[in-house]
Write a new protein. Structure first.
Length: 168
């Protein structure tokens, strides 16, 4: 009887750290599973879900505190840039996955705070694993900016693999 394979969510953004985490996952997690499945009669494929959390559009008042007006053209331009960035991130991630034909790839772009988006998506799809990159912030910077990977590791119900990019 064929099994369905694992659903591995990989959080991707425009950073080199997230692309390194995806590459590491493909080489060390997905390929190992594909090799093991190839030895069995029933072949199951892991599914890599590329998840991009797009920052929500900030709602600007017609006039900001300094007296400048925000035109609809500016707001539309900012929205268009956000969409183009999401598309570029997902395309770059899909190109990395193209070298691994034994892995199914799905994409998902959601808007919102990355911490919340990632945790909710992992829960909804009942993922078997979450893979994330680490920016390697120190304690002080992490205290002010927060750590998306730390938040997700504490709040999702599946195993979380945080991949740290080596310093060259």
């Amino acid at each position: 009887m064929a099994s369905a394979g694992r659903r591995i969510v990989v959080a991707v953004d425009e950073s080199e750290e997230s692309m390194y985490a995806l590459s590491w996952c493909l080489k060390n997690v997905a390929v190992a599973a594909a090799a093991a499945a190839a030895e069995e009669e029933d072949r199951c494929k892991d599914t890599i879900v590329l998840l991009h959390a797009r920052r929500p559009r900030v709602v600007y008042p017609a006039m900001d505190g300094t007296g400048y007006m925000f035109s609809s053209d500016i707001v539309a331009s900012m929205e268009r840039y956000g969409g183009e960035l999401s598309t570029a991130v997902i395309e770059k991630a899909k190109q990395l996955c193209a070298d691994f034909p034994d892995v199914k790839v799905e994409t998902m772009v959601e808007s919102g705070d990355p911490r919340d988006v990632i945790c909710e998506a992992v829960g909804k799809m009942e993922a078997n694993m979450l893979v994330m990159g680490s920016h390697g912030y120190g304690a002080i910077k992490r205290a002010f900016l927060g750590s998306v990977s730390n938040h997700c590791a504490q709040n999702v119900k599946c195993p979380v693999l945080i991949v740290k990019r080596p310093k060259h």
